[in-house]
Design a protein around this ligand. Structure first.
Ligand code: AQP
Length: 335
């Protein structure tokens, strides 16, 4: 009998240009998982529109994110790569789950609380409901594992709760997914304020490094990264800026913080920062070159996301039909 592989689903929203946080916390780890698991990697454009987007930018970024996946080493032949809005089952399943969700549990989501504090009255309903769409994304593929950074753990917990609730209410329908938190790069922090995670929607560009930032910009941002006046490269919570740079270096090089600390004994921050910047530039330059060349071949990209959507739709629709039937909706007339 064929040994069935476990299913992995993950995605990134094209709500801004992707950061080193997205790369080290998500994409770089996905590359390692593709041989062992059946992977679906999605560009979650419907999540991006939970905040205002300029249509032309959204279109550009959606294809850029897909190109970054491929350029980083995600093999489009081995994995299912697709654009979320091309598989309407995500939105339909999301509504079915919305009707089985509570306002209370959604208002407890810290990401919503953070964003709503900044936006006040103008906070969108989409942003409030977004964790349900994320639950639908995951549950309709009977996903076993979801590789996410620690920032997304709470949303995954909600997806599990909604899946369990549906199974208990209507009988076994969904596989209940587990979080797969990477050892390295789980949370890359802002370079200017190490108390918050590096985010693509940040207003201060010195706080993040973009995957597509040119080398000179990367070097400048790292040299400006906030550290402290202790002057010793230590891996300590008392030196959060330095700790973050060590985490970045470890995630890129696959080494431990202890090794980094040992290598920089008796050396200053300037030398340390140069090494970190070099490592980032060396890691991102080949990705950037490949992205630029992929973006010139729109026909190729279309063939990838076309095939991906077809395969994803087939799988998602099977679960969606089950959900509808169990809820009591009449099956569609046979064509
Ligand atoms: N700073 C980070 N460190 C580690 N992992 C990160 N991820 C994002 N930022 C970091 C991981 O990237 C994946 C997808 O992220 P997303 O873009 O869909 O959503 P997000 O987590 O809300 O990312 P941003 O950059 O903070 O987006 P905005 O600013 O638009 O809200 C997830 O696996 C996430 O863990």
């Amino acid at each position: 009998m064929e040994n069935k592989k476990e299913i992995i689903f993950s995605g990134i929203k094209p709500s801004g240009d992707l950061t080193l946080g997205n790369y080290l916390g998500a994409i770089k780890n996905w590359v390692k998982l593709q041989d062992e698991y059946d992977c679906l990697f999605c560009v979650v454009d419907l999540h991006a529109i939970t905040v205002k987007q300029i249509p032309a930018d959204l279109r550009r970024r959606t294809l850029e994110v897909l190109s970054i996946y491929i350029a980083s080493g995600i093999d489009p032949e081995k994995n299912t790569l697709f654009i979320q809005s091309h598989v309407p089952a995500h939105s339909e399943a999301s509504w079915l789950l919305t009707c089985n969700s509570y306002m209370g549990e959604l208002s407890r989501m810290t990401q919503y609380k953070d964003k709503s504090q900044k936006m006040g009255e103008s906070i969108g309903a989409g942003l409030f409901n977004y964790p349900i769409l994320m639950a639908a994304d995951i549950l309709i593929y009977n996903t076993n594992l979801v590789p996410v950074g620690t920032d997304q753990k709470q949303h995954l917990e909600l997806a599990r709760d909604l899946g369990i609730r549906f199974n208990n209410t209507y009988s076994e329908t969904f596989v209940i997914p587990e979080a797969y938190i990477p050892k390295a790069g789980a949370k890359i922090m802002d370079l200017q304020d190490s108390s918050k995670k590096m985010s693509k929607s940040d207003t201060n560009p010195n706080g993040f490094i973009l995957i597509m930032d040119p080398p000179e910009v990367i070097r400048k941002k790292i040299s400006r990264a906030v550290t402290d006046n202790i002057g010793v490269v230590n891996y300590s919570d008392d030196q959060p800026g330095v700790k973050n740079l060590i985490n970045i270096l470890c995630a890129i090089k696959g080494i431990t913080p202890e090794e980094v600390v040992k290598n920089f004994e008796g050396k200053g921050y300037a030398e340390f920062k140069n090494v970190v910047a070099d490592a980032i530039v060396e890691e991102l330059t080949p990705v950037q070159e490949k992205v630029k060349s992929l973006l010139k071949d729109k026909t190729y990209l279309e063939s990838i996301y076309g095939k991906g959507a077809e395969k994803a739709s087939y799988l998602a629709n099977k679960t969606l039909r089950k959900m509808k039937k169990k809820i009591g909706l009449i099956p569609e007339a046979k064509k």
